[in-house]
Design a protein around this ligand. Sequence first.
Ligand code: EZ4
Ligand code: CO
Length: 424
Amino acid sequence: MLHTVPAPQSPAQNASQGASQGARILSARVIVTCPGRNFVTLKIETDQGVYGVGDATLNGRELAVASYLEDHVIPCLIGRDAHAIEDIWQYLYRGAYWRRGPVTMTAIAAVDMALWDIKAKIAGLPLYQLLGGACREGMMVYGHANGVSIEETVEVAQSYKEKGYKAIRLQCGVPGLNSTYGVSKDKMFYEPADADLPTENLWDTEAYMRVVPKLFAAAREALGDEPHLLHDVHHRLSPIEAGRLGRDLEPYRPFWMEDAVVAENQDNFRLIRQHTTTPLAVGEIFSSLWDCKDLIQNQLVDYIRATVVHAGGVTHLKRIAAFADVYGVRTGCHGATDLSPITMSAALHVGRSIPNFGIQEYMRHTEATDEVFPHGYHFKDGLLYASETPGLGVDIDEEKAAKYPYQRAYLPVNRLKDGTLFNW
Ligand code: EZ4
Ligand code: CO
């Protein structure tokens, strides 16, 4: 039998009828560009002439999100009330039947960011004002010091300190391994996706666990007590190994130890907690509050790294942050170069408006990326400042974007010395 009952209008559709500030979604497009690395951007246009932009970049799986948006999301958006952000979020999340997962949540995030951009532009306010207003002026960021040796890493860290950074992540090469994640050829513009098809790295846990405490000892000695020092383990330790590394680092007062173990089994963190007071950060690959929930409510982590782009947009990240605040957990959003300036811009508006902001990761984008995505946020004295222009305060220059077509690029994979595939 054919479906003959007319679909009911959503409350949001009803509510917006006749509203003077009404704006309907007229069209939406996906723009893929590669100014040094691949970025996927969603641009939503309204019948009021106002448009919004959202980041939809999922490193190494970019075109899956582009297709998800073009083939399955955009057709559902046309004609909707652009102001009904929460309703559209629920429509794409609950309505799709298939929930969560990085591709889905990145696509929803892109829509959400673009709609917040539109709403704030129409309101004539920078986004943080609509999110509750400023809780602080600038957001503390951490920069990336990496080098093949301890000496080189400490030297780079010193240069970050001189540039005004108050927090620095330290990653150095592991003796005996010819490449290590987080240690790039380019000091300033680290690009984790390093080849057309995945390159292969080797891993040696024992050598790694020997070198990191030495790196921290040397860095404290050279940099003094003040700078916050961070480290990313990239999911490579077992819980008990992570407990030992955390304990070995305690004398050097690390700000955090990130992704110490894989987080699929969240009980892992209980074991780490039993052995160390080194603060723990996790969540850059989490897609939703449901990935964070147990770790937060059991107070097994100190910083939650979920981001605007990979965890459902501004709407959902605000929800994660509010939940985390109940348990004294602060934010430490992912901010590597594979997140576009649109995400950085959105993250700074969220960071500015929440009471439990902790720190923001900051890797500088290349000049070409900054040209494709002109933005109003800026760095000063170790802090990033959100844009003050209406909306997200970031745009995409489509003419420049068109000069850089998509180029396939993958993150490396990682194997143990006996050939076993390991965590990246
Ligand atoms: O490896 O963003 O904390 N930052 C990181 C990043 C990630 C890349 C992966 O896409 O772990 O460098
Ligand atoms: Co990380």
